[in-house]
Design a protein around this ligand. Structure first.
Ligand code: AHR
Length: 377
């Protein structure tokens, strides 16, 4: 290769690595902003099937991220409305902060943020408010999958592009412009695949503390987990109840499970970290041991900082990530829309899973202090 050609190749390689780095957190994980043309992967060892509702990526569909840059380059302030689910979990707090950081005035945005407090009616009202205010873009993290057609049609009639984020909806994809989120069915599959690997044919009597009723994160994780569970005749799901993605909900459900099933279960699956904290409190109070040295295998989802601390400590055996850092990707889509660039209809934010020290897995990474130190949320 001659010198000129070599320097051209090096410049191209540098540009590509800068693009790939934009938007990624400094914890070593690929998060949101892959270079155009790439296909992100879901949780380790899993299939890439959609989570049962319409907005998730279909099997084999390209899940390329849109654009790397989060900053507004149009020269005019872009008005964005974000109808957030609520403040039920540490995951949600991290996701809110991510949006407030990315869609800041300094980055060229005016963000109208509404915390809908897990209330569907309030969320529809928030979206209608954004339409009335004639905002430039509307972002919705839908509380439930159902009930979106009318308000999405109203946004479309008003000519305001809508991006569905985090969770999925059960509506025709002609009613919104883009979707950004994680594949929660794959999260469920990963949890169950890990459990099968860990148990290696031993019996499982499982209690599930589900997330909020009607939320795609609940539906997807339940569907994925149950699909694998159905392949294991030695597993029995004793009960499955909603803890509403909250610590109080997790504790309450676990207390009632203990009353009904004490001595009969050896696996507890909590569909987010906050529920796991509540379940741990309930088990502790009942002198039930859990985690790597306990009688009960504890599985959680989200892999937020505190959840990973418990995983590093061995109290949670396996923690399947749901990545809340999505605002950079959403901003990339909005930038592409605002500047007439190309963007993907569906962008999958990558997840991974973590297991307690002493466990090795084909489906998850063994926790270390270094991983925890790199986890900002
Ligand atoms: O939709 C993502 C889920 O919602 C997270 O798992 C949970 O913690 C949150 O409340």
């Amino acid at each position: 290769m001659n010198k000129k050609l070599l320097s051209l190749v090096l410049v191209a390689a540098l540009a590509m690595s800068l693009l790939a780095g934009c938007g990624a957190k400094d914890d070593g994980k690929t998060t949101t902003a892959a270079p155009a043309g790439d296909t992100t992967t879901a949780a380790a060892g899993d299939e890439t099937e959609a989570a049962g509702t319409t907005a998730a990526p279909a099997e084999g569909e390209d899940t390329t991220t849109a654009a790397a840059a989060a900053g507004n380059t149009t020269g005019e302030t872009i008005k964005v409305g974000y109808a957030q689910v609520g403040h039920e979990s540490d995951w949600r707090t991290a996701n809110t902060k991510n949006y407030q950081d990315v869609f800041s005035a300094a980055n060229g945005y005016a963000l109208s943020f509404v915390d809908c407090d897990n209330d569907n009616a309030a969320q529809l009202e928030a979206v209608r408010g954004f339409i009335q205010q004639e905002l430039d873009y509307i972002v919705i993290a839908p509380i439930e999958t159902a009930g979106w057609d009318t308000v999405l049609q109203e946004a479309q009639d008003a000519g305001i592009p809508v991006i569905i984020a985090d969770r999925e909806i059960d509506a025709p994809d002609t009613l919104y412009d883009a979707w950004v989120g994680t594949n929660t069915k794959n999260e469920g599959i990963t949890a169950a695949n890990w459990l099968a690997e860990y148990l290696d044919g031993k019996e499982a009597n499982i209690l599930v503390i589900e997330g909020s009723v009607g939320a795609s994160a609940t539906l997807g994780r339940t569907e994925g987990f149950n699909e694998v569970a159905a392949e294991h005749s030695e597993w029995k799901i004793l009960d499955s109840q909603s803890g509403d993605f909250t610590q109080a909900g997790g504790q309450e459900v676990m207390e009632s499970f203990i009353k009904s099933y004490e001595g009969q279960f050896n696996v507890v699956v909590c569909q987010n970290d906050n529920e796991a904290y509540g379940a741990m409190d309930a088990m502790k109070a009942a002198n039930i041991t859990y985690g790597v040295d306990g009688d009960v295998i504890l599985i959680s989802y989200d892999a937020t900082h505190d959840g990973l601390q418990y995983t590093l400590d061995g109290a949670i055996n396996c923690n399947v990530e749901c990545n809340p850092i999505q605002a950079e990707t959403v901003a990339g889509v909005i930038q592409a829309m605002a500047t007439g660039g190309s963007y993907e209809k569906t962008t999958l934010v990558e997840d991974q899973a973590f297991v307690a020290p002493g466990i090795t897995s084909e489906y998850a990474t063994t926790m270390t202090q270094e991983i925890l130190d790199g986890r900002a949320y």
